[in-house]
Design a protein around this ligand. Sequence first.
Ligand SMILES: [Fe+2]
Ligand SMILES: [Fe+2]
Length: 324
Amino acid sequence: MKHPQFPHAKRVLLVDDEPIQRLLLMRALEPLGVEVQEARNGQEALDLLRDSLPHVVLTDLHMPIMDGLELTRRVKALDPLLPVILLTADGDREVRLKGIEAGADDFLKLPVDLVELRLRVKGHLERRKLQEKLEDLERALFALVRAVEAKDAYTAGHGERVAQYALWTAEELGAKPEELEDLHMGALLHDVGKIGIPDHILRGDYTLTEPEWRLIQEHPVKGDEIIRPLRAYARLKPYVRWHHEKLDGSGYPDGLTQIPLLVQAVTAADIYDALTSVRTYRKVARPEEALQALENEVRQGRLDREVVRAFKSALLRNRALRTV
Ligand SMILES: [Fe+2]
Ligand SMILES: [Fe+2]
């Protein structure tokens, strides 16, 4: 009986117009246990790439129809992180410089040292697999965020809206690009800890009992536990754990009185989105009313004045005062 085949775990796309050279390279790659796809020029390679991406592209430079440099550019336009190894003639500095410019990750001199070829391809394969794994983890995490939002029809898209408002605000506050990256991820994940809370409590369309209220207040700590295995944990934690903290110490879970401004940008965005979102049990606030609520937070010493100012002008600048 024939069993369905899993797609091969590691795939190398080999692009060369010389059949003998292709055969030689294929033989050299055999011990790596990879599937090798063959193409005779850049155009053929691109046709194969459109179906599915390999883990490494190994390409000759001089080929008819489309050469290795153009192929490198096109591959990088499709996926900047897909490794491309260019085969170049010995000592061809000009070509190597052009290759670097096109985005090639590595070079192998012709005639190819087959041992070196194996080692280089192996290294790139491993890095690519690792990167795939990280991307899958990230996707799984965001699937979890969507699962949380799906528990309550009214919170669909909450994470993304909060992230967008917070990003605009942070830009207004002069945050650095790498800070924006962390803030984006942190804002998307801020309520991930709600995953364990029963749906009817989350909907909150009745007066919650004291234990139910305490359960809701645990979500920043639960979220902190969920994201702990991430490498970026230390940089994401403030957003997930402290987005319900208040400067007067009345927030939860830690009762902080000093809160990073970028975390407060998420807090402001969170309050604004909650108030302007449709709920069954209360009237939707108009944007002006929601901004007024933020001003009140400032007046009561719970939220930084500068953050709310930045939030307001970011919304105006991006013409995103949410109309309902
Ligand atoms: Fe929250
Ligand atoms: Fe939230």
